[in-house]
Design a protein around this ligand. Structure first.
Ligand code: FMN
Length: 365
């Protein structure tokens, strides 16, 4: 049986975290459904303001308004644990992090860059007075060590958990194209190396530090195996897309159901990282240089050189979330082609639990 996940005083009955998925793929609908099944439901803050009317006049204000609204909506639908996913590369990362803490979300996941700085409002309040837990996302032990060392020295406080995401994940990836194409990096190894590195901080601070594994986890057996490597929980994105409660348009979910293995491809995102997508005529257009550089009224990413990039990643992802695939693409993990039907979150989590129990019986002997 799956054991609860403990992140300090936060106890999660089902150690399954739904990965934050932007733009507008995981909002309050999906997050509250996962939280109601005992996992952690996560709202993705990336481009969230694009769901607000008139957002283009002031995207940063729209982001704050929309994030607060979705957190409050999720709270109305569940008493379970709600998190927010923030990309460090967002130009309003500090504001959205401060807002998530003000809104008392249970946990913030910070990825796509090293979360070394914290907003002044958080530091002034002091970690002991803050309900929200902090969980950076890294692609290996080296980055985990760097973050923990930095926080320990600068803030005299270490993060509450760490997510290690391997190369099979959907969305932006923390690996080089060559590493992804070689396919030699194993999530289980990344997890066990990170567990070893984090252990020194657990001893020093006398606290238990959960290592959460992500990227390519598809079945309950996968969950069992990665826990054997030292993970305390899993974070899954791809599997939660094809659920009734996922906040994306049905056409987005259907892309997953209709895809085959050869449709899953790598792109270079304007974020400056590789990304994994389900390919389409629009992706072909990008690759053939047929899309035009964008005019950018908002500069939502620190790392995006909007004068040079061939498309706006936020716009393209938001189009896809609305089912507009003539000008959008779906992010997806390597396993997206294995999704063959749309189910409810409750059905998915029950299936994962059953598969886990079977694997535990068969593989522990
Ligand atoms: C459609 C989609 C959108 C995603 N969007 C984001 C995002 O906006 N920010 C982020 O940090 N991670 C994002 N991710 C990554 C997920 O949060 C999660 O870490 C990942 O999906 C785990 O790998 P898996 O898809 O193999 O389960 C996205 C993933 C998918 C599939």
């Amino acid at each position: 049986m799956l054991k609860p996940l403990k992140i300090g005083d936060l106890v999660i009955d089902t150690p399954i975290i739904q990965g934050g998925m932007g733009v507008a793929i995981s909002l309050s609908g999906l997050a509250s459904a996962v939280a109601n099944e005992g996992g952690i439901g996560v709202i993705s803050a990336a481009g969230i303001g694009m769901t607000e009317p008139g957002f283009s006049k002031n995207l940063k204000e729209a982001n704050k308004k929309a994030l607060a609204r979705y957190i409050q909506q999720a709270r109305k639908s569940t008493n379970g644990a709600i998190g927010v996913n923030l990309m460090v590369a967002l130009s309003d990362y500090d504001d959205l992090l401060a807002l998530s803490v003000e809104q008392n979300v249970d946990i913030v996941f910070m990825g796509a860059g090293l979360p070394l700085k914290l907003p002044e409002s958080i530091l002034q309040k002091g970690f002991d007075n803050i309900h929200t837990k902090f969980a950076p996302k890294v692609s290996g032990a080296k980055a985990a060590n760097l973050i923990f060392q930095y926080w320990d020295t600068k803030f005299n406080h270490i993060p509450d958990a760490i997510v290690v995401e391997g190369p099979k994940a959907g969305g932006h990836l923390g690996f080089k194209h060559s590493e992804l194409e070689e396919g030699k990096i194993e999530l289980s190894q990344l997890v066990s190396e990170t567990v070893a590195v984090i252990h020194q901080y657990e001893i020093k601070d006398n606290k238990t530090m959960p290592v959460i594994a992500a990227g390519g986890i598809f079945t309950g057996e996968d969950i069992f195996k990665i826990m054997q490597a030292g993970a305390s929980a899993v974070k899954m994105g791809t599997r939660f897309v094809a659920t009734h409660e996922c906040d994306a348009d049905i056409a987005f979910k259907q892309r997953y159901v209709d895809s085959c293995e050869s449709d899953i491809a790598l792109i270079t995102s304007p974020v400056g990282l590789p990304g994994r997508v389900i390919t389409s005529p629009f992706v072909d257009k990008i690759n053939n240089g047929e899309t035009r550089p964008v005019k950018c009224p908002w500069k939502c990413l620190k790392t995006c050189n909007f004068k040079a990039v061939p498309y706006c990643i936020s716009e393209v992802l938001h189009n896809a979330a609305q089912g507009k695939f003539d000008a959008g693409f779906a992010f997806a993990g390597t396993n997206a082609y294995r999704v063959n039907k749309i189910v409810s979150v409750a059905e998915l989590i029950n299936e994962l639990k059953l598969e886990y129990a079977t694997a535990e019986t068969q593989l522990s002997q």
